[in-house]
Design a protein around this ligand. Sequence first.
Ligand code: HEC
Length: 145
Amino acid sequence: MKIYVILTLLVSFSSFANEISTEDLRTPVVLTEVEKNMALGEMRLFLESLNGVFKALSKNDYVKAAFHARKSGMVVPTTIRETNPDIINKLPIKMKLTGMMVHQMFDSLGDDLENQIPLDEVMKKLGKITNKCVWCHKTYKFEVQ
Ligand code: HEC
């Protein structure tokens, strides 16, 4: 029994370790310190939105969930474009388009939550949103000039 547990732990640890690379193959995106701070602030807002959506849904509060989703909607890039337009031109086109798509998906999630679509549909949408987070994090990193 003991040896079985140890073997299982070893196998699960080694497959877990395979998932975490020691190489960094991500494409660097060079920004100024201020621009990087802004981009990372946008990221933390994404995480806060997801957190807010999950917590509100756990209380069946669709209105609050919609509010949290919209905080990461198109209002964010619109504000960034007004205050710091240079950053948009520095991002690779695929990164820019994916980022825009995620903001649109949050607005669309907000609409669906207001319309109280079934929870499995909400989960499907959250899965599609987080697919984009995963893809971009695997592909790019920020570097300061
Ligand atoms: C278009 C690309 C892109 C998308 C989409 C994206 N991210 Fe990021 N995110 C990045 C990059 C690049 C970094 C910086 C990584 C680095 O430099 O190591 C980052 C960093 C972060 C960080 C760290 C913030 C900090 O303070 O250091 C968080 C949290 C984060 N992202 C959350 C998310 C979540 C949640 C989503 C999806 C809802 C998401 N991101 C979608 C590109 C993206």
